[in-house]
Design a protein around this ligand. Structure first.
Ligand SMILES: NC(=O)c1ccc[n+]([C@@H]2O[C@H](COP(=O)([O-])OP(=O)(O)OC[C@H]3O[C@@H](n4cnc5c(N)ncnc54)[C@H](OP(=O)(O)O)[C@@H]3O)[C@@H](O)[C@H]2O)c1
Length: 281
């Protein structure tokens, strides 16, 4: 997101934050420290604040309600309050986990029913941010992936595990529209430039099962797709329930932006190009 904002608006136009993983050019900010957040926003005087930071470990949220609430709800609310004072737009990154996964893919107006602590916290965050700042932009996305060697997104998990010749169990009963991260970053800028507010969905240009997505990644990266073992979500015995038939319809975004999101094939191809050192992908 930071790279996309700087590419569009200039190097000095965007400030990135970090918590446990500092890097040059990032400033420390803790979502669990509302006073610090308010000071930081007032000091920078941004036009918009993208709230991507979260306690995003879905199973971890089931085990630590206090941290989940403070990080995912109270922090974004504090940012939204600071934005409202300045006339800045808070942009909350949301999730398809606000839905139960019984009848996806979902549109913005479909009824929400989260089935996990993470999903409930992200829905509470939407309500907290919009409650503090009516101009807030709430963008739900799902299965975000990119080429990010230090990252742990699904594409990196597949490439790393299969690259070592290790098997990987992948749920075959979850379906979504995987989202190429740089395409999401561009969409956030497009929505902001159009002064969009309220709930918007952004995901990839095609809907597919998680195992099929893994196979597509393996084939593109010339890895042994047979190492991907299709299992049911129930077999994984994860603490948090997952929405199974999920994904996010993007018709509203497409009408506004005049373009379609990248498909999984296109996103994987760009990730592959980046892995080979093509910085323009
Ligand atoms: N990944 C997906 O497929 C997906 C799907 C739908 C929605 N989302 C949403 O997209 C956003 C990013 O998700 P992600 O998967 O990229 O998460 P992630 O890899 O776990 O990254 C979370 C980020 O939040 C920061 N962070 C964590 N706790 C913080 C705190 N108390 N104060 C300040 N920063 C904190 C971390 O900073 P450090 O690294 O410096 O610690 C990290 O950069 C989240 O809002 C998530 O709900 C993600």
């Amino acid at each position: 997101m930071l790279a996309e904002a700087r590419r569009r608006y200039g190097q000095g136009a965007a400030v990135g934050t970090c918590l446990a993983h500092p890097a040059p050019g990032l400033v420390q900010a803790d979502l669990q420290n509302p006073e610090e957040l308010a000071l930081l926003v007032a000091h920078i005087e941004p036009a918009a604040v993208i709230i991507a930071a979260a306690f995003a470990w879905v199973d971890g949220c089931e085990m630590d309600a206090e941290r989940t609430r403070r990080t995912n709800v109270d922090g974004p609310r504090a940012v939204a309050t600071a934005c409202e004072k300045l006339g800045a737009v808070p942009v909350l990154l949301g999730t398809d986990y606000v839905f139960d996964g019984e009848a996806g893919p979902y549109s913005e107006d479909d009824p929400v029913r989260p089935i996990s602590a993470y999903g409930r916290s992200k829905l509470d965050a939407e309500r907290a941010v919009a409650g503090r700042c009516p101009a807030a932009l709430l963008v739900r996305t799902n299965v975000v992936y990119s080429w990010l060697p230090a990252g742990n997104n699904f594409l990196m998990q597949v490439v790393t595990k299969l690259g070592k010749g290790e098997p990987m169990r992948v749920p075959a009963d979850q379906s979504n529209n995987p989202t190429y991260a740089p395409d999401l970053a561009a969409a956030l800028c497009e929505l902001l430039e159009a002064r969009a507010a309220g709930v918007w969905h952004f995901g990839g240009g095609d809907f597919l099962g998680r195992h099929d997505f893994g196979v597509a990644i393996a084939q593109a990266f010339d890895l042994d797709a047979s190492l991907l073992q299709p299992v049911t979500t129930q077999e994984l015995k994860q603490p948090a329930a997952r929405p199974l038939k999920s994904g996010l319809r993007t018709a509203r975004f497409e009408a506004l932006a005049g373009r379609k999101p990248l498909t999984s094939r296109e996103g994987i191809a760009r990730a592959l190009a980046l892995s080979r050192g093509d910085a323009g992908a």
